[in-house]
Ligand binder design. Structure first.
Ligand SMILES: Cc1ncc(COP(=O)(O)O)c(C=O)c1O
Length: 393
């Protein structure tokens, strides 16, 4: 197996629950105690200067020191625009609002970041085949990065996922399995069908590197705001990797001396028909219980039992953040506003952020003078033939 990349400052993997350490140079799933592993780096102030970034390409691998050590399997992911959206700000009654527009990533969503990092390390460590349960976008991204890495891919999608996602994953040469139910049933089917076959499972948080890709959204926001951070970040939360990843990025940047101790307040935005994190937060729980009969056409939010529930809730509480649930109609209206007022063709999950922002402004939780970043996590192009069908189960 190749050695660690000389620029990456990775040190080890650490269990997010029991703290047990493991080598960062071998294929890793969950900790033996069942909790997700997190990558840890050698970080101290003054050792890595932001000046190093000046001559590097504007993609997510520019943060090489705090990225996994394999030779990147890259399609140019990251480096997405942070748009100051004046017309939408006026419409909702906020002074400064930005959209982190992730629709321009390879395969059309922010999932490219996580899967680029995960496939990089899977290749580095010699995984023979890769498998993923997905709501759509993650499957497409794994299929593309698997193709680029020359590693066979198996994608498990809920049968009612729009046909486009099946076709997209197949176009990259992966084997696509249709499963009755939700992403949770897909995970069970993967486990059953993959048993004994040596498939490496790259499910959200079941391996440690998707988070490392997703955290670069936090690094980029800080760099785009000249090493400051907004007051609030609203993030459409299914599995929650992006939220957990950004909280990790802020801790790392502080350890590097790139930013101070001020943090954005993190908001998990969910669909009213599948809101396990909102419910757990309301009820003061440390973990989220399974959401029965999840219903939403924002496929990425149809995650009834996220594996990273504890980390998501910790990230929200630790930042004095909150969570908000929005209806299908509100999401569709939000996406409509993004398109009509700002020229951003958003996915339903992106529209959900606008809807949640309206709720939180109305409730006086967010003040109109505060700086807010919303995410459009994927291109709306994939949804034009599959419009959000309000109320359909
Ligand atoms: C477009 C889109 N937005 C948001 C999400 C939720 O992302 P996460 O699993 O990181 O919470 C997904 C996940 O499938 C998605 O495809």
């Amino acid at each position: 197996m190749p050695g660690l990349h000389p620029v990456s400052r990775i040190d080890h993997l650490e269990c997010s629950r029991c703290g047990r350490r493991r080598s960062a140079n071998e294929l890793a799933g969950l900790c033996d105690c069942g909790a997700p592993l997190l990558a840890r780096y050698r970080l101290s102030p003054g050792e890595v200067s932001t000046r190093l970034l000046r001559d590097r390409p504007w993609d997510m691998w520019r943060y090489r020191e705090v990225m996994p050590p394999g030779e990147p399997v890259t399609l140019g992911e990251g480096g997405t625009p942070l748009l100051l959206v004046r017309r939408l700000s006026r419409e909702v009654g906020l002074e400064q609002l930005w959209i982190k527009e992730e629709g321009g990533n390879p395969t059309g969503s922010f999932k490219a970041r996580g899967l680029s990092a995960a496939v990089t390390m899977a290749k580095h460590c010699g995984a023979p085949e890769l498998a993923i349960p997905s709501a759509g976008n993650a499957g497409s991204a794994l299929a593309a990065y698997g193709a680029a890495a020359g590693i066979p891919v198996h994608v498990f999608l809920p049968r009612d996922t729009p046909a486009l996602f099946f076709e997209e994953a197949r176009a990259y040469g992966s084997t696509v399995h249709a499963v009755e139910g939700t992403i949770r049933d897909c995970a069970l089917a993967l486990k059953e069908q993959g048993a004994g076959k040596g498939w490496f499972d790259v499910s959200t948080l079941k391996e440690p590197y998707r988070i490392e890709g997703k955290k670069t959204m936090g690094y980029e926001i800080a760099e785009q705001m000249e090493w400051s951070l907004p007051d609030w970040i609203l993030y459409p939360t299914g599995g929650g990797t992006g939220l957990i990843g950004m909280v990790k990025a802020f801790e790392e940047m502080e350890a590097l001396g790139w930013i101070g101790s001020a943090r954005p307040r993190m908001v998990a935005v969910q669909a009213a028909g599948c809101a396990p994190i909102v419910r757990a937060l309301d009820q003061g729980e440390d973990a989220a219980s399974l959401w029965e009969n999840p219903v939403t056409r924002a496929w990425g939010l149809r995650v009834p039992g996220p594996l990273g529930d504890r980390l998501i809730l910790k990230g929200i509480r630790g930042s004095r953040g909150t969570a908000a649930a929005v209806t299908e109609e509100e999401m569709a209206d939000g996406a409509d506003l993004l398109a009509r007022l700002e020229g951003v063709l958003a996915c339903p999950e992106g529209g959900a952020g606008v809807a949640a922002l309206r709720h939180l402004l109305q409730a006086g939780v967010i003040r109109r003078t505060e700086k807010v970043v919303l995410f459009n996590t994927g291109t709306g192009l994939k949804y034009l033939d599959n419009p959000l069908e309000v109320g359909r189960g």
